[in-house]
Design a protein around this ligand. Structure first.
Ligand code: NI
Length: 137
């Protein structure tokens, strides 16, 4: 029997960003990134879902203690991202465009070392109600 269970924690943060490729002209940046290229930045209300998949520990009945997971996300992600300018305030985006795709990969890479390697990790990030990314998919 496959007794693997997914446990999810939903979190939220607000952050500003600007999508821009310094190798391109202003026109090309506008064309590709549209409003997200606005030079004075703009904000999004990001909805973050962190999913951990694994077997239930018979001693606790948990896949992972949800409090541990919640504290980990708060400490490692929300304290660093919430109410920040991702381009200017978060080192991981110094040379990486803070698209939803890249933000999800960065969050995954931040959390992965702190979660038991027997457990799978998946990050879902909503940039708007209608646009979201999953990593790994
Ligand atoms: Ni944007």
């Amino acid at each position: 029997m496959n007794n693997k269970v997914a446990i999810c924690r939903v979190e939220h943060f607000n952050a500003a960003h600007r999508l821009h490729n310094p190798l391109w002209s202003d026109e090309k940046n506008k064309e590709v990134f549209g409003l997200c290229n606005n030079k004075n930045y703009h904000g999004h209300n990001y909805e973050l879902i962190v999913k951990v998949i694994g077997s239930i520990d018979p001693l606790t009945g948990f896949v992972i203690d949800i409090k541990t997971l919640s504290n980990l996300i708060k400490e490692k992600v929300l304290l660093r991202f919430d109410h920040q300018n991702l381009n200017l305030d978060v080192a991981e985006f110094e040379n990486v465009n803070p698209t939803a795709e890249n933000i999800a990969v960065v969050i995954y890479n931040i959390l992965r070392p702190f979660i038991n390697e027997d457990l799978e990790l998946k990050v879902t990030l909503y940039e708007t109600e209608r646009n979201y990314v999953e990593y790994p998919y």
